[in-house]
Design a protein around this ligand. Structure first.
Ligand code: DGY
Length: 321
């Protein structure tokens, strides 16, 4: 008999086929969102699971699952997984790093440019039939070229975003837990390491790509927004909890910063309804890594981690060895 696993959400069919060579797979191609109780019920007797960032893997769940050995998450961010609890319960956890860096950086630029140059706002206006004449002052936005880009969280995705800025003749500043090597800074368009305060005061465009944790909760709140330039743009590609929504809504409403682009929200798929009342915010449904190639690569990498974890006792992207 093959060992039993659960794939918690809908996935590419070829990835299920691959997993079926090794395991007795319970899948969820109808993409039902399981409550924590349903998830625990489905995971009973399973030795592994391929999950997504929406599954909360914590003590409460793990203590009900003595057979579980591997949680392979299809995401680079793993704030949904309590690694200490996994270790305490003998569960190997893995994520999908590297494969999504470039695609996420591409999208960071798409969101930054759409936000700074008011692309979606002007399109909605056009579609609503308001365009009757050209005007010199219609939808004036902020320049990207020649501006100062501030990146908070200078991991691989942050560095990939910085590298792309060379074509726009931008100055790059970054803030990170630790400073990059001189070579890495040079490769990241000569990025300059600064304090968070200095970055917020000087950047024209601020991009958030840091991991979410208790320490990074509300990295951007009222005090930080108050430090930003009045014409600045804020883009969040990381996790919703990094920004204090109430403070951001107030800053956008009072035009204390020009605009924000948000791909992530604290209680996805829910988001603060006041965002819908603001024209200076671009909202996207957590799609930064969503290219055809990259999502397939993420799914395959998660499947390979699950297979390696259960057959060799060693997932490639093991988070809690
Ligand atoms: C990630 O990989 O962390 C993306 O945000 C998708 O969840």
């Amino acid at each position: 008999m093959k060992p039993a696993i659960l794939v918690t959400r809908a996935i590419f069919p070829e990835v299920l086929t691959k997993l079926e060579q090794y395991f007795d797979v319970e899948s969820n191609q109808d993409d039902i969102i399981f409550s924590p109780t349903e998830l625990a019920g489905r995971l009973k007797g399973k030795v592994g699971t391929l999950a997504t960032a929406s599954a909360k893997i914590n003590t409460e769940l793990l203590q009900q699952l003595p057979d579980l050995k591997v949680v392979a998450s299809m995401a680079v961010g793993y704030d949904n997984i309590d690694l200490a609890a996994c270790t305490a319960h003998g569960v190997m956890a893995s994520n999908t790093p590297e494969v999504l860096n470039e695609t996420t950086a591409d999208f960071g630029w798409a969101l930054l440019m759409a936000t700074a140059r008011r692309v979606t706002e002007s399109e909605h206006w056009l579609r609503a039939g308001h365009w009757t004449k050209w005007r010199f002052d219609s939808f004036l936005g902020a320049d990207i070229h020649g501006a100062t880009l501030g990146i908070i969280g200078m991991g691989r995705i942050g560095q990939a975003i910085a590298r792309r800025s060379t074509g726009f003749d931008m100055k790059v500043m970054y803030h990170n837990r630790s400073r990059l090597s001189t070579e890495q800074e040079a490769y990241a368009n000569n990025a300059q390491y600064v304090s968070k305060e200095e970055l917020l005061q000087q950047a024209d465009h601020v991009v958030l790509v840091l991991p979410y944790s208790a320490a990074s909760h509300h990295t951007i709140a009222a005090a930080e927004l108050a430090m930003m330039k009045p014409g600045a743009t804020l883009v969040n590609l990381a996790r919703g909890g990094i920004v204090d929504d109430q403070a951001l809504i107030a800053a956008l409403r009072e035009k204390r910063i020009a605009a924000a682009g948000l791909d992530v929200f604290e209680n996805e798929p829910k988001f603060h309804p006041d965002f819908l009342t603001l024209s200076n915010v671009v909202l996207t449904p957590h799609i930064a890594s969503a290219s055809e190639t990259t999502r397939r690569a993420m799914a395959n990498r998660a499947a390979d981690n699950l297979i390696a974890g259960l057959t060799e006792g060693r997932p490639r992207d093991w988070l809690n060895p």
